[in-house]
Structure formats: structure tokens, C-alpha cells
Design a protein around this ligand. Structure first.
Ligand SMILES: [Zn+2]
Length: 280
């Protein structure tokens, strides 16, 4: 299904390159990009300002301790706010226009490049080899990118999982020459990218869960409980640092990310885990 939509996505882009297109947001104005300048103006480019949203969850810590079986707090980063403007622009990507994943992948990747040093600084970087005398200690990093999975039946009906398309395009535009600086417990470390991989089947949704929209936050946790399976065997054994980046389009309460984090933690995966969402 993913391959079918990947072909459709490129075909759509190919056609679009020859003609003016109507804005995918308002459908009123012709646009050079996927959205017109008026729509883009309403979208808060959080990487241009200091107002990036960093929010762990919609639950406070005491509530979490009461709910969770284990002491686990996922790290969730949201590129922009889930407001009326964003909602209107994302709606088309979610339901009718899979080719918009290219735009949203760029949006998220810009957020990542601006904040990666800071995001990576919060990870538990392990062994560091000393890299020539004058340079900073160096650690090699493998990144595995995947998406919050959709239930197979639902995906068949809709035709695609927008989060998976987003993750695929995000991986495609990743600049492998990027280096990061991370402040760790062992001091300042240079992180060099060894590989960036798209792993579409890393997670599977095994329960056909109802929409979390309009549900109370505790209900949401109950709904997504045991809904996911994580296949750690898809990640190779390596001495490099490992980071799983899980992408989604919208994360409001963080309930799905929290459940996914629990599943991944229990699998024995020992690398790091970061959740990246377009908005929330
Ligand atoms: Zn527009």
C-alpha cells in the first residue's frame, strides 16, 4: 500500500511541476508551493522564532505516576501548535492529498535541524571514543525513522498512512553530513551521523482503536493500551549510538506516544527514543 502511494505521490508532483496549482489549503489562490502565501502566513513557522513548543504530555507528573506501571516519560517535540490554521492545512494531507507529505516533511526537518543539538543533548549518550587530541570526543549515531502506525483495515480504507509518508520523506531529505553537538553527562560530544534509515514496519498497530478525538485524556490511555507491537529485530546490532525517531502528524495529549514508549521500553531496545510531531 505504501509503495502504491509512493508512486502516486511522485506522479502527482511530476504533474504539478508543469502547471500552476491551486493552494492545497484554501483552494482559492494559485500557489508556487503546495500552499499559497496567505495560508503559509497563518502557519506559525516555529523554527523562525523562539516559540517552539516543547511539551512532554498533557498530564502532570503526579497523574502520570498514578497511571503508569513503570516510570517512563517519553520525550515529545512538536514543531508547531495545533491551532485552527494548522488544522485546516493538515486536514488535506491527512485525508485527500498524500503528496503534501513533501511539504510537511520539509517543515518538520527544518524544525529538526534547528533544534537537533538541543534535542540530542537530552539523550543518554553512552560510550564515547576520544577522537584525535585536538577535537571533541566523537560518537557515531544511527537514526531509525518510523511513524505511528495505522491499523491495517483503516489504512486500506483511507489508502495511506500520512504519518508513514511523512517519515519516508523526512528520511529522504535528511542531510547525512550533519554533525551535532550534544551536552552530555560526559561533557560536550560531537555526534556524527553514521546512517539514517526509514524502517516502516518497526511498529504495528494490532488493535483497531477508535479515534481519540473528543475523548478525555484517561480514556485515551485506556483506548491505546496494548494497541502496538514493536519489532526490535529490525534494528541491527551495532556499537553506534541508536536513536529511534517516531513521527506523527498530530499529537495532543501524547497518549499514543506514551503507550508506544512503554512498548518500546519493554522490548529490550536500549537506544534512545524521540517523538517528533508536526503539531500538538
Ligand atoms: Zn491558500
Amino acid at each position: 500500500m505504501l509503495i502504491g502511494w509512493t508512486i502516486a505521490k511522485y506522479f502527482e508532483r511530476f504533474l504539478n511541476s508543469f502547471s500552476l496549482r491551486l493552494c492545497s489549503g484554501c483552494s482559492k489562490v494559485y500557489a508556487d508551493d503546495y500552499y499559497c502565501e496567505f495560508c503559509l502566513e497563518r502557519l506559525k513557522y516555529s523554527w523562525l522564532k523562539q516559540n517552539y513548543s516543547r511539551k512532554y504530555l498533557d498530564f502532570d507528573y503526579q497523574e502520570l505516576e498514578d497511571i503508569l506501571e513503570e516510570n517512563f516519560y517519553p520525550r515529545i517535540y512538536k514543531a508547531t501548535k495545533y491551532d485552527d490554521a494548522t488544522k485546516a492545512l493538515i486536514r488535506h494531507f491527512k485525508y485527500r492529498k498524500p503528496f503534501l507529505s513533501e511539504f510537511w516533511a520539509r517543515f518538520l526537518y527544518n524544525y529538526w535541524t534547528l533544534h537537533a543539538d538541543w534535542i540530542l543533548s537530552e539523550l543518554s549518550i553512552g560510550d564515547i571514543e576520544t577522537y584525535k587530541s585536538a577535537d571533541l570526543p566523537l560518537s557515531k549515531l544511527d537514526i531509525y525513522i518510523s511513524a505511528v502506525p495505522m491499523y491495517a483495515g483503516k489504512q486500506k480504507k483511507r489508502g495511506y498512512n500520512q504519518a508513514a509518508l511523512l517519515a519516508e520523506d523526512f528520511t529522504e531529505i535528511f542531510d547525512l553530513s550533519q554533525k551535532y553537538l550534544a551536552q552530555t553527562t560526559q561533557g560536550l560530544v560531537q555526534l556524527e551521523l553514521a546512517s539514517v534509515n526509514f524502517v516502516p514496519d518497526l511498529l504495528v498497530r494490532v488493535k483497531d482503536t477508535p479515534s481519540l478525538f473528543n475523548k478525555a485524556k484517561y480514556q485515551r490511555l485506556e483506548i491505546v493500551k496494548d494497541a502496538f507491537v514493536f519489532d526490535a529485530s529490525l534494528l541491527p546490532e551495532t556499537t553506534n549510538e541508536q536513536l529511534v525517531l517516531l513521527l506523527d502528524d498530530i499529537s495532543t495529549s501524547g497518549a499514543s506516544f506514551m503507550e508506544l514508549g512503554k512498548v518500546i521500553n519493554r522490548s529490550g531496545y536500549s537506544g534512545d527514543l524521540v517523538f517528533l510531531s508536526l503539531c500538538g
